[in-house]
Design a protein around this ligand. Structure first.
Ligand code: PLP
Length: 387
């Protein structure tokens, strides 16, 4: 079997930078002990690595207080922690049709069981939501707005700065799901008036799976919905009020945090803009090539402005899943097919009946040759099965 061409970086980045693998290995061997303030020197050093990671991520997101960056399992965990700790019966929440199930499902749960009202702002034909559509839905009970910074289906970057400003002016909490954007493009908590930011470590931050987090702005109250050991003030039965312990429970994923630190540092060394430019150059090559193939439908805007390196398409008349199976089995190309956990996007695109879309997610280690090979493969599949 020839080398796999991995074009599923929207799901998780693969491979990781070599430094992520080597640092995780050396960290685990040298510092794989429980972190603690009153422990041995080694456990204090381990704790320092966690604090360094908090600081570097806080700086990346333009936050002000690294104690308010808490580690979670991934962004699904972070979003659940935040949503469940904020909304109450009678609240109104405005979100978008671009959301991942990591947002849609917790909100649906509160709608179904806890008398929380939820509205979804639609996106336009180019794949963008509009700030004024949020305002039209606001009412006195609107407590929270949740927006996916970048669609994981169509790759469009949403105008969070304008939406955040509108929320701040009205005292409405603004939560951003940065699962796709963190590490690829600027995520600026202050500029975008973000009260709660959720991120995951294993996508564009180039860390391993099992690590993610939340940045919680000053004055934002997230109720405790879990409790447990923090290694600090153990005589106290009430879970700690102060950050980061307020939202952290049990022994953290130390190796995950170490890998995330290595990922963030690698991005810093390469330059986030340079990586983004590389990926967008390949994405333009991909889009230009797909447009020239007969029997292909590409979704959303052509120019790929305000975009990351995620593209969805279909071979007309042929199930998305079948395209993925052929790409994998016959051509050694990994992609993602189906609804990509974002069912409302597909409802709007009208792609449910075709089993969703085929999604290519370009990453830092993809090359022009990968794109050329993928285009040749799609052209053959479209010529044989498309109509
Ligand atoms: C926009 C978005 N939000 C949330 C998630 C969930 O991420 P995780 O599986 O790391 O929790 C994803 C992953 O696909 C995503 O793309």
């Amino acid at each position: 079997m020839e080398e796999l061409i991995y074009l599923d970086n929207g799901a998780t980045s693969f491979p990781k930078p070599e430094s992520v693998y080597t640092y995780m290995d050396s960290f685990h061997r040298s510092h794989g002990v429980s972190p603690g303030r009153s422990g041995c020197d080694l456990s204090i050093e381990t704790g320092n690595i966690i604090e360094t990671t908090r600081k570097e991520l806080t700086a990346l997101f333009h936050g002000t207080d690294s104690n308010r960056l808490v580690f979670t399992l991934n962004s699904t965990d972070a979003l659940n922690l935040a949503i469940n700790g904020i909304v109450s019966p009678g609240d109104h929440v405005v979100t978008t049709a671009l959301e991942h199930n990591a947002v849609l499902r917790p909100l649906h749960h509160h709608w179904r069981y806890n008398e929380v009202e939820v509205d979804h702002v639609d996106f336009d034909a180019d794949g963008f939501v509009h700030p004024e559509d949020f305002v039209a839905l606001f009412k006195p009970s609107t407590r929270l707005v949740v927006v996916n910074h970048v669609s994981n289906v169509i790759g469009t970057v949403q105008p969070i700065e304008a939406i955040g400003r509108l929320c701040r002016e009205r005292g409405i909490l603004f939560m951003v799901d940065a699962s796709q954007s963190a590490g690829k493009i600027s995520v600026d908590i202050r500029k975008s008036c973000i009260d709660i930011l959720a991120f995951t470590g294993h996508k564009s931050l180039l860390g391993p799976t099992g690590i993610g987090g939340l940045y919680v702005g000053e004055d934002v109250v997230i109720r405790h919905t879990r409790a447990g050991g923090t290694g600090v003030r153990s005589a106290q039965l009430h879970h700690l009020e102060e950050y980061p312990y307020r939202l952290e429970y049990g022994t953290p994923n130390l190796v995950g945090i170490a890998g995330l630190l290595a990922g963030v540092r690698w991005i810093g060394e390469q330059g986030m803009n340079a990586l983004h430019e590389h990926e967008m150059a390949l994405t333009r090559l991909l889009v230009d090539g797909l447009e020239k193939i007969d029997n292909i439908t590409l979704y959303c805007q052509r120019e790929r402005v305000n975009h990351i390196a995620v593209v969805s398409f279909n071979v007309n008349g042929f199930e998305a899943g079948n395209v993925g199976t052929l790409l994998d089995g016959d051509y050694g190309i990994a992609c993602r097919t189906g609804l990509q956990c974002a069912p409302l996007v597909h409802r709007k695109l009208g792609t449910e009946a075709q089993g969703g879309t085929v999604r290519f997610g370009v990453g830092p280690f993809n090359t022009r040759q990968h794109i050329t090979t993928a285009l040749e493969a799609v052209a053959e599949i479209a010529a044989t099965f498309g109509r």
